[in-house]
Ligand binder design. Structure first.
Ligand code: PMP
Length: 410
């Protein structure tokens, strides 16, 4: 039977535990900087106006039904997703070297890629059947890859000293990794650090990985949300495609459409140019479909329908870009406000990283002890590693938060 020696009590998910603690806190000035979901200036969830429009359009459609989607998902959605992430005129698309399957948001896409690697990845050196993930990374990466028994190793990523990228450490580890290893890369707005390589650094990573025949697995959860520019945020992915890599991309629409709970995402495979590239894409796609069928049969329809309506309509697409600029713009303005409040208070330490980092998160550099103290003293909730969700800040609480930080570091 499933006694405690066989099935021990699992720890609570740290992030969802933090959310529960926040809800229990009765202080009126409490601040939630935990979960990575966008909040408007009133700390409320935001339904993107363009999403509301698409939703209304769908609900008026007399032909809408609740039939199953195909195994690979809604074709209008996956085709538009390919264009969005690789660029509409990508040679990989023109040459049919890419295949896409709709997934259960970004998590499902990472999982599908993981399951495929576990089943089919056979580098000549068996030790290369290992995925290198950044240290730190989105905590779920470790669980997803260990679930499919794909060995995981780390590459250094964050420099505690500069609170920026440890590029040297990253490159050294990738260099020392066996030929043919898999490397997981955050396409933009690295979670949890908010630190991204520059374009020149990406070029170096690509050239190194090329020379070592390594396999890039991009995780893209923040396209358009990081800089406000969909093309800019996809730059690294498109550069790797240009370099002819065979690679995976996990694409999430949770943040950039605010479709968190609708679970809209896409998994992409691209192979490099060759005479049998199109055939490879078809074969890989067929096996991905088998995996998908055995795990979820077919993906959920509604979120993908909403995204598809917007992605395939020029006017709605332009409105979406406007909504993206509003979200990313508010976050960037909160970074500036926080930095200037800390400067005003002459808070000890260097806080340049607050404005240098990008996307939803900032790695503040606060220690676990400080994180716990700021929680008990000031009712500010952030993860133990000192990560804050910038979206939790607004014009009503940014000064309060800056003062709380100031108090804690003095
Ligand atoms: N990867 C990263 C790096 C993320 O930050 C997230 C969102 N927290 C995801 C993937 C996937 O999230 P979702 O399954 O909600 O799309």
């Amino acid at each position: 039977s499933f006694g405690a020696s066989v099935v021990p009590q699992a720890p609570e998910d740290p992030l969802f535990g933090l959310m529960a603690a926040f809800r229990r806190d009765t202080a009126s000035n409490k601040v939630d900087l935990g979960i990575g979901a966008y909040r408007d200036n009133n700390a409320k969830p935001w339904v993107l106006p363009v999403v509301k429009k698409a939703d209304d359009l769908l609900r008026q459609d007399p032909n809408l039904n609740h039939e199953y989607l195909p195994i690979a998902g809604l074709a209008d959605f996956t085709t538009a997703s390919q264009k969005l992430i690789f660029g509409a005129d990508s040679p990989a698309l023109k040459e049919n070297r890419a295949v896409a399957l709709q997934t259960i948001s970004g998590t499902g896409a990472v999982h599908l890629g993981a399951a495929f690697l576990a089943k089919f990845y056979t580098p000549s050196n068996p030790e290369a059947k290992t995925i290198y993930v950044s240290n730190p990374t989105w905590a779920n990466h470790n669980q997803i890859f260990s679930n499919v028994k794909l060995p995981i190793k780390n590459y250094p990523y964050f420099s505690a000293e500069t609170k920026g990228l440890d590029f040297k450490g990253m490159i050294q580890t990738i260099e020392q990794a066996p030929e043919g290893s898999v490397v997981l890369l955050h396409a933009c707005a690295h979670n949890p650090t908010g630190v991204d390589p520059t374009q020149d650094q990406w070029k170096e990573v690509a050239s190194l990985m090329k020379s070592k025949s390594q396999f890039p697995f991009f995780d893209c959860a923040y396209q358009g949300f990081a800089s406000g520019d969909l093309n800019k945020d996809a730059w690294a992915i498109r550069y790797f495609v240009e370099q002819g890599f065979e690679m995976f991309v996990a694409q999430s629409y949770a943040k950039n459409f605010g479709l968190y709970g609708e679970r809209a995402g896409c998994f992409h495979f691209v192979t490099g140019p060759s005479s049998d590239a199109a055939d490879t894409a078809v074969r890989v796609g067929s096996q991905l479909a088998i995996l998908q069928r055995s795990e979820i049969s077919n993906p959920p329809a509604y979120g993908a329908r909403i995204a598809s309506v917007i992605l395939n309509d020029e006017k709605l697409f332009a409105e979406w870009e406007e909504n993206l600029r509003e979200m990313s713009g508010r976050i960037i303005s909160m970074r500036k406000a926080l930095k200037s409040k800390l400067d005003e208070l002459q808070t000890p330490g260097n806080w340049d990283h607050i404005t240098n980092q990008i996307g939803m998160f900032s790695f503040t550099g606060l220690t676990e002890k400080q994180v716990l103290k700021i929680r008990s003293d000031s009712h500010v909730y952030m993860t133990k590693n000192g990560r804050i969700s910038m979206a939790g800040l607004n014009t009503n609480n940014v000064e309060y938060f800056a003062k709380a930080v100031d108090k804690i570091v003095r």
